[in-house]
Write a protein that binds this ligand. Sequence first.
Ligand code: BEZ
Length: 179
Amino acid sequence: MIGKKVPHVTFRTRIRDEAVGGPNPFRWEDKTSDDYFKGKRVVLFSLPGAFTPTCSTYQLPDFEKLYPEFQAEGVDEIYCISVNDAFVMNAWGKSQGVANIKLIPDGSGEFTRKMGMLVAKDNLGFGMRSWRYGAIINDGVVEAWFEEEGFSDNCDTDPYGVSAPQNILENLRGLKKAA
Ligand code: BEZ
């Protein structure tokens, strides 16, 4: 995976715009892979679903807390992506009080599929979702890869550790030392 260029995809996001007026002042805004990745060194982490327990209790809040430490290691942005639509991702971010992490809605799963990370989770009634992974992506190219073990459809377990922020941060610090 290291050296792979991220796929070019258009994401359908919803952004708040007071000019829209009314009780729900949001509008669609398309964002491309270039908008997120071009000219930046970022951490991307991908998970099976917004609002799910491990993602909501550990992975997202821990990335949120550790954001300054990632910045100190030369990371410009941290993105969380999931095969969920923009309404769900926005509601999840709001419920988690997320300020530092940007949530990317991959509602159709196109980015995840083109990354080779789309798996069936029909055993949970989820349909197609992302295998859990993380990556350091530099100007759109994968620099380091953190994929949970056991990539498979309808996996009975939800491995979590390799893509935890603590592990990715430790690796980033190691990359700096090695450079
Ligand atoms: C979790 O994050 O705990 C979780 C993810 C996918 C399915 C079930 C649970």
